[in-house]
Design a protein around this ligand. Sequence first.
Ligand code: DQA
Length: 152
Amino acid sequence: MPIMQVLVLHGPNLNLLGQREPEVYGSTTLAQINALLETEAAQLSVKIVCYQSNHEGELITAIHQAMGVFAGILINPAAYTHTSLAIRDALSGVGIPTVEVHLSNIYRRESFRHHSHIAGIAVGQVAGFGANSYRLGLQALVEHLQTLTPPQ
Ligand code: DQA
């Protein structure tokens, strides 16, 4: 059976992780998060492709291009979580099972971060565990995908 592939999408400003508000987001860089996910993916026997963009349209194009290639999407939509119907529509349009992750617990922060446009179409959400949110989200996504297509 071909190896399962998961697309990891990072939204705007996440390229600044490490230097960006470390009291909120921690000191782990995006490269370190991607490396952590590579290690986790190897343990889960899946392949990941990581992509960061500061542009809504580029994230949407990446979601469209995931069709037929990726079994699941792990996404931190960053500020687009709270604003982007277009990213939500792209994810529901392609119908690829998606897990939403956040470094911070968005529900303990400003009220404008309490609503996620993505949560309603996601398999689930992991928030508040720093870089570990990504690792836990990848585990949850892969286990979910395996229930859809159990190994032969
Ligand atoms: C974030 C939370 C968002 O509210 C914020 O805009 C981000 C990062 C997080 O990972 O905690 O950029 O998605």
